[in-house]
Design a binder for this molecule. Structure first.
Ligand SMILES: [Zn+2]
Length: 433
């Protein structure tokens, strides 16, 4: 081929590429919102339009402004439109029942993953477009689910995952119930550590293995046989080892902590969030306020456990510990709210069936938040806790088009969020009116 012909061929190639780029420009969508919740300003605005190009929000404008030609228009003028909700305390892997304590041992890793597929879908369709998933007994199944959602294989929320629990042996994050002389395989005990050095080593193994952040079990648990919620299981030094090692990787620690002493150790050690916080005292509340530690308190599911758990014959020990922590947790939550502790929304889904995550919203109001603050806890604040405020948590230009809608004036009664009528994630509609 002569140089001249080669040059012409090149021009042709460039022209074809330009044509292809124009044809492939991401589609433009306009959502007409009768009510739009601006969680950054804490106000509801009437008659707005959200413009979306591809997977991101490009503009919010009044309904009177012109909608660009060629845009697909979604009419949600009878709806309240909000950013996708975020649950900061989920367990998407496995089956939601505590009736059989050794049940995870009776299931293959594939079965655990497939339950995760179903749970992820239920969570997304309930309006929760992002979750911080705080632990699985079978290590790294959560990371696999996260990746499958990200590459489009599975329908589900955006996930940040813990990989496994950092727990002392026989502690609140262990799969207990087997005879004491039966040793479980490593995949069930991946995060077991009994000294500061072991904690560092396990944190590295989790973060190198694909976890996004670290979950430390600082005290005993309600739904683990033999452990006591009020008892501290790690020393402050051991929790600090997790915090420092996680910080080396640019990430953070979430601490499961029920007992007053365990909460204080975790806060002083520098964890980013306290999970549950059931038996918190005034000193613990003051410390959280001082350190800027987030409280993620699952203040709804105690009622679920007390009713359904009883019918399903969950172990008597679980029901008793649930009774001992539920009302104390709600009282502590109310005090923490009044003291100005940072609150993020987390429900402990997996304790109850996935997809009911919004049922805690009215409880947030019952125990001290305004309806707008409750929604902020599940959007803007949750995104801040997860360190994802650059991409989710509000309807803002440049963020992902993760958008939900509830019919009517949703803010008037947060029970309405049990029926989310529209779900978009990254510009794709998963549920329409
Ligand atoms: Zn949990």
């Amino acid at each position: 081929m002569s140089r001249r012909w080669a040059g012409l061929a090149l021009v042709g190639l460039v022209a074809t590429a330009a044509g292809r780029a124009a044809a492939q420009e991401p589609p433009l969508t306009a959502i007409r919102a009768g009510r739009l919740v601006d969680v950054e300003r804490g106000e509801v605005r009437r008659d707005q339009v959200v413009l979306i190009r591809g997977e991101r929000i490009t503009a919010i404008q009044p309904a009177s402004a012109k909608i660009p030609s060629g845009a697909r228009v979604i009419d949600l003028s009878r709806y309240t439109v909000l950013p996708g909700l975020i649950d900061c305390h989920t367990h998407l892997i496995g089956e939601a029942t505590a009736a059989d304590v050794l049940q995870p041992l009776e299931r293959t890793e594939t079965q655990e993953a497939m339950s995760g597929v179903r749970n992820a879908r239920a969570t997304l369709l309930a309006g929760f477009t992002t979750v911080r998933d705080v632990g699985t007994y079978r290590a790294f199944v959560d990371a696999g689910l996260r990746d499958a959602i990200d590459d489009g294989t599975v329908i589900g929320p955006r996930m940040r995952v813990a990989g496994a629990y950092i727990t002392v042996s026989t502690g609140g994050g262990e799969l207990v119930g087997a005879a004491p002389d039966v040793t479980l395989p490593l995949s069930y005990r991946f995060g077991v550590a009994n000294s500061a050095d072991q904690v560092r080593e396990r944190v590295r193994a989790l973060l190198n293995g694909g976890a996004d952040f670290i979950k430390v079990i600082a005290t005993g648990a309600v739904l683990t046989r033999g452990t006591q919620p009020g008892v501290s299981e790690f020393t402050e030094e051991e929790i600090r080892a997790a915090v420092q090692q996680a910080a080396e990787y640019g990430t953070f620690v979430a601490a499961h902590a029920h007992g007053a002493e365990g909460i204080k150790r975790a806060v002083r050690a520098g964890v980013r969030s306290i999970e549950h916080g059931s038996l918190i005292d005034d000193e613990g509340i003051a410390l959280m306020k001082q350190h800027g530690t987030w409280l993620v308190a699952d203040i709804w599911n105690g009622d679920y456990i007390d009713s359904v758990g009883r019918v399903q014959h969950w172990p008597e020990e679980y029901l008793r510990k649930n009774t001992e922590t539920t009302e104390a947790q709600r009282a502590g939550f109310r005090k923490a709210v009044a003291a100005g502790v940072r609150i993020a929304y987390g429900t402990d889904s997996g304790v109850y069936p996935h997809g009911l995550n919004a049922l805690q919203l009215p409880y947030m109001v019952k125990y001290g938040l305004t309806p707008m603050q409750a929604i902020q806890s599940a959007t803007l604040s949750a995104a801040q806790l997860m360190q994802w405020e650059d991409r989710v948590g509000s309807l803002s230009t440049g963020k992902f088009a993760d958008i939900i809608a509830v019919e009517g004036d949703a803010m008037a009664d947060l029970r309405s969020f049990a029926k989310v009528g529209f779900v978009m994630k990254g510009g794709t509609v998963y549920k329409g009116p």
